[in-house]
Design a protein around this ligand. Structure first.
Ligand code: ADP
Length: 275
């Protein structure tokens, strides 16, 4: 990727451009707030449970701001080199290959690090100099210090529910970001999202949202999280293909959420009571 990025940046950036307006239903004033943060190139943290709309929001914002978006799904084996880049061997010898963060920094994209706490600690160290007034990325292995493109912005997501003491962002990292809280949308907004995304009638979408809201009350009583908006969209899509409500909810909500037989039965009761 590095070779391509250096020889033809426009072509590379083009791959990351969002061409069509993504559907995003604003929940509060997050669009305006994010716009103001971007105007200042302020790093932003999107906080909230999985499947509540963080990724869709950043896709929408990138489209709205006309910036390419480079998304990295962080995982526990991810190291700083996966973000920044590394030397690779090819027929002509060693060539440097930029990582996705470096590409975004050089070319002025929004870089979205999804679930950064999943990655090893050394990854958070590389983002520090990018998140203060220096806006630089040191490529130690290459002996290069990159000054970030003026359009570059760093955005991370963070799920407060999953964090444990060992797997949390350091205070010194957290304090570099402005943060937007993403809960699940309120009932009318979530109904609108599910109806539109799954292509089902609002009445049916509302029923799924009611089920989800009940399931969210079970958080901490056998469930780590209740049903997410994403799960409701999936349920709605199965129903749209002729699957019954119960079967669709079983497949997209009950079975994915828990392996515990009692908790599954409790969820099934919630679904029958709402249906
Ligand atoms: P997260 O990144 O928080 O895990 P996503 O952004 O992938 O979650 O959201 C999951 C799905 O839920 C999206 O693909 C979309 O269908 C739907 N969704 C959730 N919130 C919204 C919203 N406010 N507007 C439009 N779609 C939404």
């Amino acid at each position: 990727m590095g070779g391509v990025s250096l020889s033809n940046p426009a072509l590379l950036l083009d791959q990351y451009r969002i061409r069509e307006e993504p559907y995003y239903r604003p929940l509060k004033d997050e669009v305006e707030l994010f716009g103001a943060a971007y105007a200042n190139r302020m790093p932003v943290m999107l906080k909230g449970p999985t499947g509540c709309g963080k990724t869709r929001f950043i896709e929408y914002m990138a489209w709205r701001l006309g910036r390419p978006l480079i998304t990295v799904a962080c995982h526990e084996d991810m190291t700083a080199a996966d973000l920044v880049g590394r030397w690779l061997l090819d027929a002509e010898g060693t060539v440097w290959s930029d990582g996705p963060l470096t590409t975004a920094v050089r070319l002025g994209a929004i870089c979205y690090l999804d679930e950064i706490v999943e990655a090893r600690q050394d990854t958070t160290v590389v983002i520090h100099p990018l998140t203060d007034d220096r806006r630089v990325l040191p490529l130690e292995k290459r002996g290069e210090l990159i000054h970030a493109h003026s359009d570059f912005q760093l955005v991370i997501s963070y799920n407060p529910g999953y964090q444990s003491a060992i797997k949390d962002l350091k205070e010194s990292t957290k304090q570099r970001f402005a943060a937007l809280d993403f809960g699940y949308p309120d009932r009318p907004a979530e109904t609108e999202v599910v109806s539109r995304e799954a292509g089902i009638e609002p009445n049916l979408a509302d029923l799924l949202v009611k089920i989800a809201q009940h399931s969210r009350n079970l958080k901490g009583q056998g469930l780590d999280e209740g049903a997410s908006t994403r799960m409701l969209v999936n349920a709605g899509r199965l129903i749209g293909c002729g699957i019954s409500l119960e079967k669709a909810c079983e497949t997209t909500i009950v079975v994915p959420l828990t392996d515990d037989a009692d908790t599954r039965n409790t969820l099934r009761d919630v679904i029958s009571a709402c249906a």
